[in-house]
Design a protein around this ligand. Structure first.
Ligand code: ZN
Length: 288
């Protein structure tokens, strides 16, 4: 195992030549510790050769200062900086530039692969484990859905607007098949669902044995961007993720613009009016 930088480890793996490489990242948000613990224990097992991956692997613990301080980030939300045209000076920008470089180096060494960026949800969720696919001109979710469903994930959200997230970067800039995986509530344990999925992905052919479990599929109908300090929700923003609302329900208001549910059973995800102006305050989802 090579130690490329603080929290960045690369391992060649023992698979056939041409085995699809895998990037696993966690700790982009320093307050989402459960998936970090899973990756740290995996890293220890790789170090001790208790686990031998069948493919090249890049392991990233993204924001260690924030993790050490028990904070979501030090200066700015790291998951709004990957590939972003304008980035404020500070720790997160420096780190994001470095991580982008390591991912490029890894792709140069081993080819285009897969990336799972692991997160925890802050609020309770009607789907405890779910995947977000970045806006991408290729659709690879059909190939992944059976595997994710087989491993305990219950929903998949297809995004339509590019965001400057880590998974969007590896997908759009490097050509990877990437997902942001929400691996359970922030105070819960991710290990029981996450670890078997990661172990399967380190094997020869993780897609070989999925059953007939199904994912509930959604696409983003509206990105609720907080355009002014006056932004507020007109429904209870403390509601669980994936709470549904009937068509035409007034969901949010920004100055004199009211956003209403554009479909039947519209679901609200990541509602949070406390984000900085210009950031996403939530997603309105349409069931597929
Ligand atoms: Zn997160």
């Amino acid at each position: 195992m090579e130690h490329w930088d603080e929290g960045v480890y690369a391992i060649r793996g023992k698979g056939a030549s041409g085995a699809i490489p895998l990037i696993l990242s966690a700790g982009v948000h320093g307050d989402e510790t459960a998936p970090v613990q899973v990756l740290e224990s995996l890293q220890q097992q790789l170090l001790q050769r208790a686990v031998i991956p069948r493919r090249p692997l890049l392991l990233i613990i993204a924001n260690q200062p924030a993790l050490l301080n028990g904070k979501r980030f030090m200066q700015v939300n790291m998951n709004r900086l990957f590939g972003a045209p304008v980035r404020p000076p500070g720790y997160e920008t420096k780190r994001v530039l470095a991580l982008e470089g390591y991912c490029r180096d890894f792709a140069d060494l081993y080819g285009v692969g897969w990336h799972l960026d692991l997160h925890s949800t802050i609020k309770p969720s009607r789907h405890e484990h779910f995947a977000l696919m970045p806006a991408c001109n290729r659709h690879y979710d059909d190939a992944w859905a059976p595997l994710l469903a087989h491993r305990g994930f219950t929903a998949l959200v297809r995004q339509n607007t590019p965001a400057f997230t880590f998974s969007n970067f590896t997908c759009t800039k490097l050509g990877f098949e990437s997902f942001t995986l929400e691996c359970g509530a922030v105070r819960g344990s991710s290990a029981s669902v996450l670890r078997p999925l990661l172990m399967a992905l380190l094997e020869e052919d993780p897609f070989a044995a999925p059953g007939d479990a199904q994912l509930e599929r959604f696409e983003v109908a509206i990105d609720l961007v907080k355009r002014s300090a006056a932004f507020r929700f007109l429904v209870d923003e403390q509601c669980d993720n994936f709470t549904t609302f009937p068509r035409d329900t007034a969901l949010a208001q920004d100055s004199d613009v009211v956003v209403s549910a554009p479909c039947d059973d519209c679901a609200l995800l990541f509602a949070n009016s406390e984000v900085p102006v210009g950031d996403r305050a939530g997603l309105v989802l349409r069931p597929l």
